[in-house]
Design a protein around this ligand. Structure first.
Ligand code: SAM
Length: 245
């Protein structure tokens, strides 16, 4: 994946570039439609952090693709996204998406039950300000759920590591464990309607040589993609800024 960095954001600094959705939002929309075709990821999330009747925040929500799915059962859903063109795209879809980053959410204290972030590479080592901010916005007992790609699962993980040889999957997992998160591995299926769509998605995710390899190693219309789902509950009675809530 053409990630520009992992968890290197400053406390209130700019968004970490996300070339796939920033430069090719229409292709990324096709990617989102192909992802999790059998619902394995949604099922794991619903088991770990059910949202029925609750207030949900989707951080780094892009153009809001996942908001309607949450809205089917949630009491409310708000998206937060730092990249202005994506905020505009989401708002044009009639979604409640506000401009902001993980480190400074434009939301009140204790106003959400689930803070969700998907393919959220901005939550990695160095993202402690973002984790603290999620805890501020969560009600006691609420859950922060972070979904990211699992670089250890072939074939997609092999292509990720080809493009990002310095990425250390074990170190990332240790970081989340140290921060008190549970971890579940989910292998999900991406299913494309045709080869042209599959190829265009692989070409926005990988450098040209890796994309060529990925296309050659994918004979059909599906790809197995591993994810890590990390969840952490905000303890009841957490002391925030010197006051107990
Ligand atoms: C790979 S996209 C995923 C978008 C969306 N979650 C989805 O699954 O469709 C990552 C998103 O994170 C956003 N982002 C980058 N830095 C961020 C930060 N510091 N806080 C919140 N979002 C950030 C990017 O602008 C981009 O929209």
């Amino acid at each position: 994946m053409r990630y520009a960095g992992f968890g290197g954001q400053t406390k209130s600094g700019p968004a970490i570039p996300s070339p796939n959705i920033w430069h090719w939002p229409e292709v990324y929309e096709q990617e989102n439609r192909a992802q999790d075709a059998d619902g394995a990821l949604w099922a794991a999330l619903a088991e770990a952090a059910p949202w029925s009747g609750l207030d949900v925040v989707d951080v780094g929500c892009g153009d809001g693709f996942h908001l309607p799915r949450f809205a089917e059962e949630a009491r409310s859903v708000v998206g937060v996204e730092p990249h202005p063109p994506l905020v505009s795209r989401a708002q044009a879809r009639g979604l409640d998406v506000r401009r902001g980053g993980a480190e400074a959410l434009p939301l009140s204290d204790a106003s959400a039950d689930l803070v969700h972030a998907r393919t959220a590479y901005f939550f990695g080592a160095g993202c402690e300000p973002g984790l603290a901010e999620a805890d501020r916005v969560l009600r006691p007992g609420g859950t922060l759920a972070i979904i990211d790609l699992d670089f250890t699962v072939p074939p997609y993980g092999d292509w990720l590591r080809a493009d990002l040889p310095r990425y250390d999957p074990a170190a990332v997992e240790r970081f989340f464990a140290r921060q008190g998160f549970d971890q579940r591995r989910v292998t999900s299926t991406w299913r494309f309607p045709d080869r042209a769509t599959l190829e265009s998605v692989l070409r926005i995710e990988f450098a040209p040589t890796t994309a060529d390899r990925a296309v050659a190693q994918t004979p059909g219309l599906t790809i197995a993609v591993g994810y890590r789902l990390h969840t952490r509950r905000r303890p009841a009675g957490l002391v925030l800024g010197g006051r107990r809530s």
